[in-house]
Ligand binder design. Structure first.
Ligand code: AMP
Length: 283
């Protein structure tokens, strides 16, 4: 499995693997290769840009990288799952005072600096635009200022980098986020193992914004409990030894609903309300 060794996608990818129980060890940051023996997995820390080529060539079976990287590589990889982080978009941008506000304003023959030449060229061709692509390996934002290009095509997340460089977004070329990709061959040979890793990560992601709520409630208020805690398949109801008037209810609750749920439970006479974090949720 390939994992970005640094940059924006590294931290969250490593966090999700660790939470999924994939043993990276303490010193993974200094190593290019970690054998997660318990899971029968070999993790290779490589540059996010290189992952599409390694996966496509069969050197590595699957990996996490940006959708933008896969698109730019031109390799036909299969997406196993969206990872829900690293959201950004590849956009065309022009100097704020250029008068270029939309794709229609981009003049024929415009010079566009980008580290995404393939995706940018494909987009412009499909839009019927002729442009000169100037490939740069980074810092595209400075190119119009230097007179190297008229526009840029670059990744935008919050838009603050564009603003700092007095550039304005002209149009979006593609949305991107981190995703897990595999080659068709790897899926044919090791599809079940790859799906196990993906499922494990999914279960961690599903649990992250939820809590497990437990409370003792008057038995005759169970109807209200079902209204307060719709949960996944409704709350679990358990008898409390030596107390026939009360029952224990357990439910998975979205973290954002906890404040309301606890207050509503208190109003119907609930006691001993407990909330705990969940490591995993497999529905
Ligand atoms: P922002 O200022 O938040 O719009 O971020 C833009 C800068 O961060 C550009 O230099 C991008 O190349 C880089 N960037 C933003 N999002 C990502 C991402 N998901 N992956 C890699 N680079 C990104």
């Amino acid at each position: 499995m390939a994992v970005p060794n640094k940059g924006r996608l590294n931290e969250r990818a490593v966090e999700l693997l660790a939470k999924s129980g994939i043993e990276l060890g303490e010193d993974w940051g200094r190593r290019l290769r970690v054998a997660a023996e318990g899971q029968g997995l070999e993790i290779l820390f490589v540059r996010a840009q290189d992952i599409p080529a390694f996966v496509s060539s069969g050197a590595i079976d699957f990996g996490i990288t940006g959708e933008d990287m896969v698109a730019e590589s031109g390799r036909g990889l299969e997406k196993v799952m969206d990872m829900g982080f690293g959201h950004c978009r590849l956009s065309l941008a022009a100097p704020e005072d250029s008068g270029i506000a939309s794709l229609a304003d981009v003049p024929d023959g415009a010079r566009i600096a980008t580290s995404f030449p393939r995706v940018t060229e494909g987009f412009l061709r499909a839009a019927g635009k002729r442009a000169e692509i100037i490939e740069v390996s980074g810092a595209a934002e400075i190119m119009p200022y230097l007179g190297v290009s008229d526009l840029i095509s670059d990744l935008v997340a919050t838009g603050s980098t564009l603003k700092t460089n007095r550039l304005a977004e002209v149009c979006k070329i593609m949305d991107s986020q981190a995703a897990m990709f595999a080659s068709r061959e790897a899926l044919a040979r090791k599809g079940a193992e790859i799906a196990d890793v993906a499922d494990s990560i999914r279960s961690v992601m599903a649990a992250e914004d939820k809590k497990y709520l437990m409370a003792d409630v008057p038995a005759d208020r169970l109807g209200d409990v079902q209204r307060i805690l719709p949960g996944i398949g409704g709350p679990t109801v358990l008898r409390i030894a030596g107390n026939d008037g009360m029952v224990a209810v357990h439910a998975v609750v979205a973290s954002r609903d906890m404040y309301r749920a606890v207050n509503d439970l208190k109003k119907i006479g609930a006691r001993g309300i407990l909330s705990v974090s969940i490591d995993r949720l497999v529905e």
